[in-house]
Each structure stands twice: as structure tokens, then as C-alpha cells.
Design a binder for this molecule. Structure first.
Ligand SMILES: [Mn+2]
Length: 429
């Protein structure tokens, strides 16, 4: 029996007020899609099966390097975080897994497993951390970790990743995501080639310890915290790493880790074509790695990314990239942001599913640029909300995520139990 945190009767009462309208909206959309040869129920089934992982660190209020303004009822530890994730999963029915970050979430693995299975949650990829020093560690990562000039520092960083795999195996994770902050701040500070050699050697040692049924994801990022050069700075370097390591190594694309206006959907297509697209960190950005809510700035780009994913899926039905949200919620209730972001990722997927691929292909083959782009626009402009809401409701989730969550009074309830956190002068970037 799965426990639920929000009383199911609250969800049912909220849904009851909206159900009649939803049925009308769903049927109307169904008729419109039917005229385009699209079966709404088939789309709904695929949307219902879609899941995006919630990062444990996402349920705490984020911050910038200037400050962090904690909200009420902040999770005190990983067990509070799992409960917050369970609320998101219950209402959205679209986030079955939680992604842990070590050492932030370090706890008895058996307790972790118990806490998650109580809410029928699984564990997504493990995330290692060698971009900050943990209390008591012997070597500092100030000048790098897996690519550090100092051998003892590299060994320590490798060991940490091996520990993440070990914890992950106990709790049922099947992947390790490695993002490093290594780079340099001044021209000449490092030798690019030697630094990358160190990185590859370290990654090979980690890869050697990877269980057969695991994957390792490497995440590129253009800059920050190193501001002159970064070791894994772009998708080209990321692809080289995945190729060097082997079949269990894949590239992870964080939408915020590119220069403004970079054609991310094309990067997605390239990596998918050559079998190295492992997964995503979804978020949105205006200027850099802003970690804003997915779909909040450029929902068309999110749609175009999913258009490539659905295209790749149509060529290879076994294509299953990992989906995770990776955002920083600085001014919102993180649960609210994560719920709406999960729905927005799902929305982009649903819109991509309604693209008329035969029409698109015919237009492309006939060099009809306008008809081709019109096929995409028609799908993007389709309001698929009734499909998402119906998929949620049929699985026990909420038709209206925000209204139902607020009606549940969850935040007020946890604010009474969880003590206030003092505002900090620096936050999580
Ligand atoms: Mn990320």
C-alpha cells in the first residue's frame, strides 16, 4: 500500500469542480485532432507514461551567489525532501523518481530506500559532487577535481564517484551523472591538453567500476564556476568523452549550459543520431545558466527539443533518454515550480506527439520550407492542456495543480513542523 501525503479526498473534491469542463474540453480537442488524423487517446496514453525525475536539491529554495531567501517549511534533510517529492509525484503523476546528490543527501541507504518506497518513488541518476569541498576531506577541489594537476586530489575525486555508485546500487539507481566545475580562470593557468588527459584517465577509472546495467552521463557546461576555460565545455567535448569511455557512457544535455541562441535542438539531433544522447536536465534561461523554470522563457525551444526526441523515438522505439528537472527556485515555492515545470515538459512532449510527421517529411522532401515549418507551428499552437489534465486525473492526480496544492495547505502544515531557516549571504547557484 502506497502512502500519500495529500489527502486523496482533497484532490477528488478539487477535481470534482473541474471534471465536467475537462471532459468537454477533452472531447472538443479530440474532435479537432481527429480531423488531423491524430488519436487523442493514443497521445494521452504516451503522455501518461512520461516521467521526469525531480532533483532532491530542487525542493529547497535556491539562491544566487549574492543571497538566498529561504521559504517557509524548508526541508530539513533528505527525508523531508523525499516527502516534498512525493507531493509533486502525487499531484502531477509525472515524477516517479528522485535524483540524489552526494554528499548533500548522504544517509543510511536502507532508510533512503524505505522512505522512497513508502511513496512508490524510485531513484533516478546519482549525482556526484566534486565542485565543492565536503567537510573533513583531505584534498581541496579549489584547483579542480577529476582533472586536477595533483594526483592525490584526482584519486579522492574518483573515490567519491565510486562511493556514489555504491550508494546508488543499494538504493536501486542505474546511472551516475558527473558534472565537474574544473577549468581555469586565466589564460595560461592550465595546459588544456594535459588537463583533459587527467580528466579522461579519471573518468576511465570510474567507468571501470560501473555495473554492467548502469549508464554514466557526463554533462557539459560552457562556463562557471571557472570563467576562462572549462574542461567539459561543450557537446563536442562531451561526445568525445562518451566515445572514449565506451558503450555505457552518454552525454547529458542541460538546456541552460549553452551560449544564448545556440541551436540546442540540433545538438540533440546530432547526439541522438550517433547513439550518445543520454538524457536531459530541463530548465530555462534568458542569459546563461539561469536555472529558471522549464518552459517559462522559451517554450518553443522546449517543443523543438521534444520534436527531435519524438523523431528519434520514431526511428528507434528503444530510444529512452533520461529526463530530469534541474532548476533553482529563488522566489517561488519549489513544489509549485517543480509541479508546473514537470507539466510543461510533458506539454512539450504532447505537442511534439501531435506533429503530423508525414506532412512534415513531404514538405521537407519537396523543399517546401513554409509548409514544413507550418507543420511544426500547428502542433506547437495546439493547446494540449486537456490531454495533460485528463492523464493526471485518470491516475489520481490533480486537474489543476496549483489550485489543488494550495487547497491542500501542505506548505503551511510543514512550516509548523520544520523550523525557520536563517537567510544566508550566499546561496546555491
Ligand atoms: Mn544540470
Amino acid at each position: 500500500m502506497t502512502d500519500s501525503i495529500i489527502d486523496q479526498s482533497t484532490i477528488e473534491a478539487e477535481n470534482a469542480r473541474r471534471m465536467a469542463d475537462l471532459r468537454v474540453d477533452y472531447d472538443t480537442l479530440g474532435e479537432r485532432l481527429d480531423r488531423r488524423g491524430v488519436d487523442i487517446d493514443a497521445i494521452k496514453t504516451r503522455v501518461a507514461a512520461f516521467s521526469v525525475a525531480v532533483p532532491s536539491w530542487g525542493v529547497g529554495t535556491g539562491g544566487t551567489r549574492f543571497a538566498r531567501f529561504p521559504g517557509k517549511g524548508e526541508p530539513r534533510d533528505i527525508f523531508d525532501k523525499i516527502e516534498d517529492c512525493a507531493v509533486i509525484a502525487q499531484l502531477t503523476q509525472a515524477t516517479n523518481t528522485v535524483s540524489l546528490h552526494i554528499p548533500w543527501d548522504k544517509a543510511d541507504p536502507n532508510r533512503l530506500k524505505q522512505a522512497a518506497s513508502r511513496f512508490n518513488l524510485g531513484f533516478d541518476a546519482m549525482n556526484s559532487n566534486t565542485f565543492a569541498d565536503a567537510a573533513g576531506q583531505l584534498q581541496s577541489y579549489k584547483f579542480g577535481s577529476l582533472s586536477a594537476a595533483d594526483a592525490a586530489t584526482r584519486s579522492q575525486a574518483i573515490e567519491h564517484n565510486l562511493e556514489c555508485i555504491e550508494i546508488g546500487q543499494t538504493i536501486g539507481s542505474k546511472a551516475l551523472t558527473v558534472w565537474i566545475g574544473d577549468g581555469s580562470n586565466f589564460p595560461g593557468q592550465v595546459n588544456f591538453t594535459r588537463q583533459f588527459e587527467h580528466y579522461l584517465d579519471s573518468m576511465k577509472a570510474i567507468y571501470a567500476a560501473l555495473p554492467d546495467d548502469w549508464r554514466i552521463y557526463t554533462e557539459h557546461k560552457m562556463y562557471e564556476p571557472a570563467f576562462y576555460s572549462t574542461v567539459v565545455q561543450d557537446w563536442g567535448t562531451n561526445y568525445l568523452i562518451a566515445k572514449e569511455l565506451g558503450d555505457k557512457a552518454y552525454c547529458l544535455v542541460d538546456l541552460g549550459h549553452h551560449a544564448p541562441n545556440v541551436n540546442i535542438e540540433m545538438i540533440v539531433a546530432r547526439l541522438a543520431q550517433f547513439g550518445k544522447l543520454g538524457g536531459f536536465h530541463f530548465n530555462d534561461s534568458k542569459y546563461g545558466d539561469d536555472d529558471l523554470d522549464a518552459g517559462s522563457i522559451d517554450p518553443f525551444r522546449l517543443f523543438l527539443v521534444f520534436n527531435e526526441l519524438v523523431d528519434a523515438e520514431s526511428r528507434d522505439p528503444a530510444f529512452r533518454p533520461a529526463h530530469m528537472l534541474d532548476q533553482s527556485h529563488n522566489v517561488t515555492d519549489p513544489i509549485e515550480s517543480l509541479m508546473l515545470s514537470a507539466a510543461d515538459v510533458q506539454r512539450a512532449y504532447a505537442q511534439a506527439l501531435v506533429v503530423d510527421r508525414a506532412t512534415l517529411k513531404a514538405a521537407q522532401e519537396g523543399n517546401d520550407a513554409l509548409a514544413a515549418t507550418q507543420a511544426l507551428r500547428l502542433a506547437y499552437r495546439t493547446d494540449v492542456e486537456p490531454i495533460l489534465a485528463m492523464a493526471r486525473m485518470e491516475q489520481g492526480g490533480a486537474i489543476d495543480l496549483l489550485a489543488t496544492y494550495r487547497a491542500s495547505g501542505y506548505r503551511q502544515k510543514v512550516a509548523e513542523i520544520r523550523p525557520e531557516v536563517a537567510a544566508g549571504s550566499s546561496g546555491i547557484v
